[in-house]
Ligand binder design. Structure first.
Ligand SMILES: Nc1ncnc2c1ncn2[C@@H]1O[C@H](COP(=O)(O)OP(=O)(O)OP(=O)(O)O)[C@@H](O)[C@H]1O
Ligand SMILES: [Mg+2]
Length: 292
């Protein structure tokens, strides 16, 4: 009798403990969910803020770029060679500024899941040549030679022109920033009729082996300290990689500290839709891995 009473009591206590444990667990889970939601809201709010500020900066900057282009095209009359040279500097500096803002817009766009891919037919070498032009003046001022070797076989491609421009601009920006003497090369090549190689080689400071695995990570810079010699936000390569992936391609970096860097992009010559799955870029990855 006493034993069964005791057993019932133990059972009741055990059930009560179990219920209180379950209640505590539910409360903890709810609190964790609330904290997660708050963090997600804060992340979205921050991304939205970056998007808004970048947009506000981009609009007047587009006006500067637009009028500088018109002035250089002599729409407002003739100019001396000296005036044209100064305008070329303004043009190149504002385009670099625009590229920086575009990176911030793309970073926030990716955070908010708002990256559009617009596919059209265009002359890839023409696009590469005009992207290169933005960096020529700056390289020239540093005494660094920029050359290009663009394979005419590449011809017209079906891809996203703006994404390719931005991806290559980011790589060229690094090449110019991290090269103090020597040269920078931009090359294109048709690989097998279906894939195109875009390569930027520099003779700059190179990347330490220990840092190489992190170059595509957002905000990661080899020298991330405040006293660092080279500016930047640490977004360029991560955005380039994201874009190249959307285009069904892949990107790789080879570098040796002190003796330069080479960045290679392999993309399909023609795509019909954004390629968001990893399997879709496997052919480009395979070819990239096999390059010497
Ligand atoms: N050509 C290069 N030569 C030497 N180091 C490079 C080169 N390209 C990239 N790196 C290294 O990789 C890091 C990341 O490059 P990434 O372009 O993503 O950022 P960033 O250039 O520092 O900033 P941002 O591109 O946003 O202005 C650089 O800070 C640098 O340490
Ligand atoms: Mg960069």
């Amino acid at each position: 009798m006493v034993t069964s009473l005791l057993l019932t009591l133990v059972g009741v206590v055990a059930i009560a403990l179990l219920i209180s444990y379950q209640l505590r667990l539910t409360a903890l889970r709810r609190r964790a969910e609330e904290a997660e939601k708050k963090a997600e809201d804060a992340r979205r709010l921050k991304a939205q803020f970056i998007a808004n500020v970048s947009h506000e900066l981009k609009t007047p900057l587009n006006t500067i770029v637009g009028y500088t282009d018109l002035l250089r095209e002599k729409k407002y009359g003739e100019m001396s060679a000296e005036q044209d040279d100064i305008l070329r500097r303004v043009q190149s500096a504002s385009q670099r500024f625009l590229a920086l803002i575009q990176n911030l817009l793309d970073f926030s766009g990716a955070e908010l899941g708002k990256i559009d891919v617009k596919i059209s037919g265009f002359d890839l070498n023409g696009e590469l040549a005009s992207t290169l032009e933005i960096w020529e003046k700056l390289a020239e001022e540093k005494g660094v030679k920029i050359t290009s070797s663009l394979d005419p076989e590449v011809g017209e491609v079906n891809s996203d022109r703006q994404k390719i421009h931005q991806a290559v601009a980011n790589i060229l920006s690094n090449a110019v920033k991290f090269t103090e003497k020597g040269s920078i090369e931009l090359n294109s090549k048709l690989l097998n009729g279906e894939l195109v190689l875009i390569e930027v080689k520099d003779t700059g400071i190179g990347i330490a082996e220990a840092h190489l695995p992190y170059v595509f990570e957002e905000f990661r810079q080899e020298d991330g300290t405040i006293k660092r010699d080279y500016g930047g936000t640490g977004l360029g390569l991560s955005i380039s990689q994201k874009f190249v992936h959307f285009l069904g391609g892949d990107i790789g970096v080879k570098s040796k500290k002190g003796s330069g860097t080479s960045v290679r992009i392999v993309i399909p010559k023609s795509i019909t839709h954004p390629m968001r799955r990893e399997a879709e870029r496997a052919p480009a990855r395979k070819v990239l891995d096999k390059l010497p």
